[in-house]
Design a protein around this ligand. Structure first.
Ligand code: GLC
Length: 556
């Protein structure tokens, strides 16, 4: 079945870094409204809005203290309503971030749940200490470890028990064995859908249901995950939310999943099961990483094509992305950004375009992260003090414990820190990159004078205009949206694949290297079609791909 969200391109906004309207150094909703024309101009039809709810910001809004209130830093509910209305005028629909694995410890439910006798006690997961009472003998209820590299149990003096938090201690996990929690979530969904939301991006959505609290198997990180990842109880919760609420609205959901494999993913988004419409996985961004996203290893295009093929062919519909607020900038990760401190490298532009062509010629709904469309790069941090992200600090602490030397810790943090993506959007070459009149909450990348929206807007050769053109081409080419995906060739540097729909086909060839690659005969044979787009502006491929080039050919 075709749905409106399949034919649109989505754009993720991380509000605190998008556009500041009141010069307090923090992006806000009126700032977003003031930039809707730019977003519309890009050809985007969906916005995913990272959390704007009331929050003490222990994890930048992913710790919600009131799901029905707007964080005053970002504006008011009236601003939010205006955002829905203004976006609708431009035919842009907004999906909200749904963070329901945990709340903030400042949420009213949690505050009440500290009282053992309260009906809210069972909204969270409270357990007594393991080794009886008495000072020094208060052991946590199990041996699990968390996503932010620290403890997952926090002792509460007031009630004499520990509560579970898989993320920060300020993010207590909700108890999905309690049907009242599910009812509360339904009300939250209705609240936002009635306001005009077109759906939800569902945060860490496959770890809601903790089947058991038994000790976990030995593991370097997230010990205990086998007791809560993709459990049957989790599927049941998703089906219930869908059946009782989501199916009654014209909306869609995209789930962010934790460590799913293809089989689990199929269960989560197989249309007939009625759970999610699509999901974000991480495999493709980890082809050059060890231990999730943290430790870099050599990139090989062959590995990337293998992973893409698995997911493109394995799922009926994919959520496509190369960046988000938790990942490095793609042009620094898979591309050729150059040294962020010294302005863009020689192949920065070419590689940013090649990566755009990659994302926008896959089957699924593409999500572009703010700043990706102008080729923003990783941040030029100089020390840990420049980093705000709670996970980066947790990771540094863990690596220290493991006695990893300082230079390696820094190297790995620079490659993986979530703050790479969170620096303010570079709108122009004025102070603070046109993001704010005040010092921004997180440093602006020093390369903003070279890389910014204003400089690219009227340049036909810019990364921005390349994104615009490819989005527009995609929207008018059914085969690029709905066609089947077929891998054709890959080696360490190059990959070639095809999209096919009926009699129509398009071939995509991408060079992920600094080499001018002369393709072997077998591979060159796939490039017989007419060149529709070439990132270097060539009309013929002649069996070779210049450094970082991407080409799209019709037929072949
Ligand atoms: C998701 C969010 C991330 C957040 C975490 C906990 O992974 O994308 O930013 O820290 O969930 O809510």
């Amino acid at each position: 079945m075709k749905a409106w969200w399949k034919d649109r391109v989505a754009y993720q906004i991380y509000p605190r870094s998008f556009q500041d309207s009141n010069n307090d150094g923090m992006g806000d909703i009126p700032g977003i409204i003031s930039r809707l024309d730019e977003i519309g101009d890009l050809g985007v039809g969906i916005i995913w809005l990272s959390p704007v709810y009331k929050s003490p910001d222990a994890d930048n809004g992913y710790d919600i203290s009131d799901y029905r209130e707007i964080n005053p830093k970002f504006g008011t509910m009236a601003d939010m309503e205006r955002l829905f209305a203004e976006a609708a005028k431009r035919d842009i629909r907004i999906i909200m971030d749904l963070v329901i694995n945990h709340t903030s410890d400042e949420h009213e439910w949690f505050r009440k749940s500290r009282d053992r006798a309260s009906p809210y006690r069972d909204y969270y997961i409270w357990r007594p200490p393991r080794n009886g009472k008495g000072p020094g003998r208060r052991l946590p209820p199990n041996n699990w470890t968390g996503f932010f590299m620290g403890d997952v149990w926090e002792y509460d003096e007031q009630s004499g028990e520990f509560y579970l938090h898989l993320f920060d201690r300020k993010q207590p996990d909700l108890n999905y064995k309690n049907p009242r929690v599910v009812e509360e979530v339904k009300e939250i969904l209705r609240f936002w859908l009635d306001k005009g939301a077109a759906g939800f991006r569902c945060d860490v959505i496959n770890i809601l249901y903790k089947t058991s609290l038994a000790d976990g198997k030995r593991a370097l990180a997230v010990r205990g995950i086998e007791h809560y990842k993709s459990q049957e109880g989790n599927h049941a919760v998703l089906r219930e939310l869908r059946r009782d609420v989501l199916d009654k609205y014209d909306c869609f959901t995209v789930g962010e999943t934790v460590m799913v494999d293809l089989d689990e993913a199929k269960l989560l988004c197989d249309e007939s099961r009625g759970e999610l419409d699509m999901l974000f996985y991480f495999d493709h961004l980890e082809v050059d990483r060890r231990i999730a996203q943290y430790v870099p290893k050599k990139f090989r295009a062959k590995r990337l094509l293998k992973v893409m093929t698995k997911w493109q062919r394995g799922l009926d519909w994919n959520a496509l992305y190369l960046e988000n607020h938790d990942q490095a900038r793609i042009v620094s990760h898979f591309g050729a950004a150059g040294n962020p401190a010294g302005g863009p490298g020689k192949h920065w532009r070419q590689s940013a375009k090649m990566l755009a062509l990659f994302e926008l010629t896959l089957r699924g709904t593409p999500f572009i992260f703010q700043g990706q469309e102008i080729g923003m790069t990783n941040f030029d941090f100089e020390s840990l003090d420049d980093i705000d992200d709670v996970l980066s600090h947790g990771l540094n602490g863990l690596m220290k414990k493991l006695r990893i030397p300082g230079f390696l810790r820094w190297k790995w943090l620079k490659a993986s820190s979530r703050d790479n993506a969170r620096t303010p959007v570079q709108w122009d070459a004025s102070e603070n990159a046109g993001f704010s009149g005040a010092r921004p909450w997180l440093g602006v990348n020093g390369n903003y004078r070279h890389i910014n929206y204003a400089a690219q807007k009227d340049d036909p050769d810019s990364v921005l205009n390349f994104y615009k053109n490819i989005i527009s081409l995609r929207k008018s080419t059914e085969c690029l949206v709905h066609g089947e995906f077929a891998p054709l060739y890959a080696d360490n540097r190059v990959m070639i694949y095809r999209r096919e729909l009926g009699d129509e086909s398009y071939t995509v060839a991408l060079n992920f290297s600094f080499r001018d690659v002369k393709l072997p005969k077998r591979a060159a044979g796939f490039l017989g079609g007419a060149v529709v787009v070439s990132t270097s502006g060539r009309r013929e491929t002649e069996g070779r791909l210049p450094p970082w080039e991407g080409v799209l050919l019709k037929g072949g």
